[in-house]
Design a protein around this ligand. Structure first.
Ligand code: UN1
Length: 502
């Protein structure tokens, strides 16, 4: 295999990233595959960031006047650029975030999908007309561009999460200022270059509408605190959300938060175990356990546990771990040594809490941090099970009644995604009902990860309550106005109030 650095430099050149942006800077870009340095990225200074936010605000003032369908044309062109660059950008995601190539390509596909969605949406930014109590009046609501949207993204979906936010925000008439993870500046630069190509083809895009801020926490904090940023969308840990949300609220900004998950699947007695096995393998081990939707808890009925667990352990033992560029690899590296240490600590805690752990050991790879995914059979839903560790650890719990399973399922602080595997209609509908799963995503007979863009994505409780991507998530990127119009010659007041000055 070529060195990650050589491959990355060639890809960045093809994707249109200027060499000056990735040489001699103070932000190191590393590949988790080998641990090697890929580039020294030039950081954005706080003064440059402040100027970029101010420019984005000015650009928004022009962009908000551009008709929605014309704004949609920009996103249609971005989708075309992404289609043309899919192979290169997908491989760059693999090199910088460490996910296997088919997942790197899948992430770019997710960007293309949201561009298609947003292009259609650009002709459907509609409000309601509402019956009014007054004669010769009309009441309606209209949706207007909100302003600058700040987007803070995590390393694990370094490009797709930006696209969910940016594609919607741009057709909604907003400007978008992006602060990606310090761990993935190169994919962000590549997306910026592709966006630049779309902008040139578009023609008259306001200057500075969509800037990129590269660097550390201080830049994210500028977005959090800026009064020029009415909407802040942040993806990351619950700890990050806890720091961000009150600061945005303090200035009456709006935040869209996608924070930690602790996603579970219930396996009922009637479940099709072949489907369970395949779904659990992808949901729990895919992306080396580093999705916010990763399956972390398997709640198995006691009558099927002894049939399912040996098969699952065989799958865990045989899964191929290593260089994610190899076609045969299913599990790539963890993002960095800290992630490996967090996994080791969590497994120690699981043992201390009475768990029996299979797997989890270090695996020799091409230089990065590689771990065999682990299964931890736990006596109870103890502290470590209730905690999100961003690593491939699947905690297994047993249950007797479906009520007990749903109670266990909901008894964690997070509420992102969930599944039940059952062929019993009553159980499935109970799980999806008001007294079932308390998550933002609840599935039947598929795993909790790998959601499509057409639905609203996000979750409750410590997951933060935000919704991105499909359905009517676009509304969070706009401001709503209620309009009442009098087309008569009298002035009736609402609620029958009389106030006659004549
Ligand atoms: C994330 O891990 O931050 O549903 C996003 C999924 C993907 C997105 C995950 N479509 O797993």
């Amino acid at each position: 295999m070529a060195s990650c650095r050589d491959e990355a430099v060639a890809l960045l050149g093809r994707l249109g990233v200027p060499a000056a942006a990735i040489t001699g800077g103070s932000l190191p870009a590393r590949s988790p595959i080998t641990g090697e340095s890929l580039a020294q990225v030039v950081e954005t200074s706080p003064a440059e960031a402040a100027a970029a936010i101010a420019r984005a605000h000015e650009a928004w003032r022009l962009w908000r006047e551009v008709p929605g369908p014309r704004r949609g044309e920009l996103i249609r062109l971005l989708g075309e650029e992404l289609r043309a660059a899919k192979a290169d950008l997908g491989l760059l995601v693999t090199l910088e975030a460490g996910k296997i190539l088919s997942e790197g390509l899948g992430e770019v596909q997710e960007m293309i999908d949201i561009c298609d969605f947003a292009t259609g949406l650009s002709r459907q930014l509609y409000g309601l007309t509402i019956a009014t109590e007054r004669a010769e009046h009309r009441m309606m609501e209209t949706w207007h561009p909100a302003g600058v949207v700040g987007v803070i993204t995590a390393f694990n979906f370094p490009v797709a999460v930006w696209a969910w936010n940016a594609a919607l925000a741009l057709v909604c008439g907003d400007a978008v200022v992006w602060k990606p993870s310090e761990k993935t500046p190169l994919t962000a630069l590549a997306v910026q270059a592709l966006f630049g190509r779309a902008a040139v083809r578009f023609g008259d895009l306001p200057e500075g509408l969509c800037p990129l801020l590269l660097g550390g926490r201080v830049l994210g904090e500028m977005l959090v605190d800026s009064p020029l940023v009415p909407v802040l969308s942040a993806t990351g840990s619950t700890a990050m959300g806890r720091a961000v949300a009150p600061r945005v609220a303090e200035r009456f900004g709006r935040s869209i938060l996608e924070l930690g998950g602790n996603n579970a699947a219930i396996v009922a007695p009637s479940a099709d175990l072949d489907i369970v096995l395949r779904a659990v393998a992808f949901a729990a081990m895919g992306t080396a356990g580093q999705r916010c939707t990763t399956l972390r808890r398997l709640i198995v009925h006691e009558s099927v546990a002894d049939a399912l667990l040996p098969a699952l352990k065989r799958a865990y033992a045989s899964v191929s771990i290593g260089d994610p560029r190899e076609a045969s690899t299913l599990i790539g590296p963890l993002i960095d040594p800290a992630a490996g240490a967090a996994m080791d600590r969590a497994l120690e805690a699981a043992r201390a809490e009475g768990g029996v752990v299979t797997g989890g050991e270090a695996v020799e790879g091409p230089g990065g941090i590689y771990r065999r995914p682990a299964i931890a059979e736990m006596p109870t839903q103890s502290e470590i099970v209730r905690h999100e560790t961003f690593a491939p650890i699947l905690y297994v719990l047993r249950y007797r009644t479906v009520e007990e399973a749903i109670a266990l399922h909901n008894d964690v602080p997070q509420g992102l995604s969930s599944s039940i595997f059952t062929n019993d209609l009553r159980e499935a509908e109970r799980f999806l009902s008001a007294s079932g799963s308390d998550c933002g995503i609840a599935n039947v007979n598929i795993g909790p990860s790998g959601a499509e863009i057409g639905g609203a994505f996000g979750g409750e409780k410590e997951t933060g309550g935000g919704r991105e991507s499909g359905s009517d998530a676009w509304k969070a990127y706009m401001r709503r106005a209620t309009n009442t119009i009098n087309y008569g010659r009298r002035l009736p007041l609402a609620q029958g109030v009389s106030f006659d000055v004549g």
